[in-house]
Structure formats: structure tokens, C-alpha cells
Design a protein around this ligand. Structure first.
Ligand code: PLP
Length: 373
């Protein structure tokens, strides 16, 4: 207990400490507690080991000089611009795409400004909006996640947000949002910033990047954490129209991506053959895991084009089912507390042997009805 000097010890007062804004004081950390498991398919990462030494030799490391601040990442920008058909100066690099998403909300959101989200979706968009001082407006699409043009337009007309976010393919539902719907919103609301989160777009083989020229109010985020198999490297990219780029470059943190990261990321970005191999593997494994889940009568499974699959329990508690998977040393994600995800769990694709373990675990997990213990 903390006792102030003049209270005489009888009337404890709350300590006089700085307090954050009330909405921040109520925040819980995003991270889930560290849990040990043989099969870790809870975070939508790429499951195959990707050692840094595959990309950069000890000799090359000698050329990475840590005493100097990093450069602007021109080489990485050139490689990525060629990959996406943009200009290099349209790309903002970040320490993971979450950092860049925060930048979007800091620059275009903030106090008195609204972000429209279509739930269920990636929860960081809401958290980062609030962190930046803005207000979230939630439109509940529910499951299956089928966002219609009418619904999106009605929500826009009602909310009149400064920012609207479309995650496509969407996390946690695994399906895409119609690109024409997004473009129509961007066209009808030229003063709204349309943020398209394309973290999983390679898996879907669809992107709105080639359409950006005609929509200066659209920004697109990408990440190295999924098909590029580099979640640990922390690299994200924001693709911005030349009309808006100065707002982002002005607000960017200087030197936010390290020299070492830039060197490794450039190598990874050049390795298109690995991307194609991973896409083929993901498609094959997704089919296998999806079919296995479909055979379980206790769950509804939602079709996915990504490296993860969402399923919903018809009865029982997600926490119990999650615990039963863990008894089999398989760690999946209980997302039942996400808005619109009651009863839902999400499993990322593992390596083929890991997916075998997940599929084998299904029988044990769902052999008995999901009852609390
Ligand atoms: C939709 C979506 N966007 C962004 C991210 C964050 O990616 P990063 O690792 O680049 O911060 C994730 C991570 O799971 C995600 O699912």
C-alpha cells in the first residue's frame, strides 16, 4: 500500500502518478501468454524455419556497418517497386506493418476522427485507432463474412469516417472482400482515407495495387510476416499515392528500419521462387486441413484463401477446445473474444507434418463433447 506523508497512515490516498488517457488505461496487451507446444499454429506465421543465414553470409555481414544510422532502403524499395509495379518513392518502410498501420491512424485519425471497421476483422486496426486518439465505428458483418456493396455504402453514409479499413483477405475469416466494392467506396468518398490491409493478398493472388493510380485516397499495407516467411524480421510496407506521400514521409520515424533488416529484407524480396513454392504448398495444405475440419460435425468451417482457417464450435466452450488441442501439444488461437467471433477458433497452416499432427489431434479433441471441466 502507498501512504502519503500527511495522511497519518489512516487515510490512504491513491498514489499521485501520471495517468494516460482513460481509453489507454483500459488497454490490455495484445500478446498472448507464452505457451509451449510442439505445433505452433496460432499466429498466421509461415511455419517452415527461415534462418537469417540463408540470406546473408558472414562476409556480407561485415559490410553491414552498425555505427552509422540506416539508409533509406533504396535497394529494397527498388526491388519491391518492381514486384508491385509502383514507383520506389511510393513505398514507406516500417518495422512490421503494424507500425505503419499506427502511422496511418496517427496521420489521418486522432482526436475527433472516426475509423470505420467491418467486423469480425483484425483487432489491431481498432486498437491502433484508439491508441492514436481516434474513435472506432463498428459495422458487424458477422459470419460468414460477406460484405455487400449496399452494406458498405450504408455504413459509410451513416458513419462518415475519416478512415475506412478493408482487410482482404480478411483475418480471421480467410476470405476476400470484393475489390470493386472497395474501389467504389474510394471513388464515392474521396475525402476518406481507404486503408486496404493486404497482409495475406499473395495467398489470394489478388491485389488492388495496380488500381492505385486512379484512387489517391487509397493506401495499401503489405508485410514480410506471411508468405515472405519473415515475421521475426519485422518489415512492413505502406504503398501510398504520390498525392499523399508527403504526409507519411513527414510523419515517419527516422531510421525506423535497421541496416541489418534492410540488408536481409532485400534478399528475401528478391526470392520470388520461394514465394511461388510457398503458395503452392499453402494451397495444398489448406485443402487438406479444410477437408479434415469439414469432417468434424461439431464445427462450422469457413472457406479460406489464406494460410489460416477459421472454425466455429456448434456447442461447447472455445477455451476448453483450445486446452484440448494443447493437451496434444498443438497451439491454435482462441479468438472467441474478438467482436463477432463467438465460439470461434483459428488455426494457421503448419508444415505438412505439423498439419498431420493437427488433423490427428482433431479426433482426440472432438471425440468427447466440448464440456467444461
Ligand atoms: C491483417 C493483418 N495485418 C497486419 C498484420 C501485422 O503484420 P506485421 O507482422 O507486419 O506487423 C497481421 C498479423 O497477423 C494481420 O493479420
Amino acid at each position: 500500500m502507498y501512504v502519503t506523508a500527511d495522511s497519518g497512515g489512516s487515510a490512504p490516498r491513491p498514489p499521485r502518478l501520471p495517468r494516460p488517457r482513460s481509453e489507454i488505461a483500459a488497454f490490455q496487451p495484445y500478446r498472448t501468454p507464452p505457451v509451449k507446444a510442439d505445433v505452433r499454429i496460432q499466429a498466421n506465421e509461415w511455419p517452415e524455419p527461415n534462418p537469417a543465414g540463408h540470406h546473408i553470409t558472414p562476409q556480407e555481414l561485415d559490410g553491414v556497418l552498425l555505427n552509422r544510422y540506416p539508409g533509406r532502403g533504396d535497394e529494397l524499395r527498388d526491388v519491391l517497386a518492381a514486384r508491385w509495379g509502383t514507383r520506389p518513392d511510393q513505398l514507406i518502410l516500417g518495422n512490421g506493418s503494424n507500425e505503419l498501420l499506427l502511422q496511418v491512424f496517427l496521420v489521418f485519425g486522432g482526436h475527433g476522427r472516426k475509423t470505420l471497421l467491418f467486423h469480425p476483422t483484425y483487432t489491431m486496426h481498432g486498437r491502433l485507432t484508439v491508441l492514436a486518439g481516434g474513435t472506432v465505428v463498428e459495422e458487424m458483418v458477422g459470419l460468414p463474412y460477406e460484405l455487400t456493396k449496399e452494406r458498405a455504402l450504408a455504413a459509410m453514409a451513416k458513419a462518415r469516417p475519416e478512415i475506412v479499413v478493408f482487410t482482404t483477405p480478411n483475418n480471421p475469416t480467410g476470405n476476400t472482400i470484393d475489390g470493386d466494392l472497395i474501389l467504389e467506396i474510394a471513388e464515392r468518398y474521396p475525402e476518406t482515407l481507404v486503408l486496404v490491409d493486404e497482409a495475406y493478398s499473395d495467398f489470394a493472388g489478388k491485389t488492388l495495387v495496380p488500381r492505385m493510380d486512379a484512387y489517391p485516397n487509397m493506401v495499401i499495407s503489405k508485410t514480410f510476416s506471411k508468405v515472405l516467411a519473415a515475421a521475426g524480421l519485422r518489415v512492413g510496407v505502406l504503398i501510398v499515392h504520390p498525392e499523399l506521400i508527403n504526409y507519411f514521409t513527414a510523419a515517419a520515424l527516422p531510421y525506423n528500419v535497421s541496416t541489418l533488416t534492410l540488408a536481409v529484407a532485400t534478399r528475401i524480396a528478391r526470392d520470388e521462387a520461394s514465394v511461388q513454392r510457398r503458395l503452392a504448398l499453402a494451397a495444398k495444405e489448406r485443402k487438406r486441413v479444410y477437408s479434415a475440419l469439414r469432417r468434424i460435425s461439431a464445427v462450422d468451417v469457413f472457406p479460406s484463401v489464406t494460410n489460416f482457417i477459421l472454425f466455429r464450435l456448434r456447442e461447447g466452450k472455445p477455451a476448453d477446445v483450445h486446452a484440448r488441442f494443447l493437451e496434444q501439444s498443438v497451439l491454435i488461437r482462441d479468438i472467441s473474444m474478438w467482436p463477432g467471433c463467438q465460439g470461434c477458433l483459428r488455426a494457421s497452416l503448419g508444415t505438412p507434418p505439423e498439419n498431420d499432427r493437427f488433423i490427428a489431434a482433431l479426433d482426440a479433441v472432438f471425440a468427447a463433447p466440448a464440456v467444461p471441466r
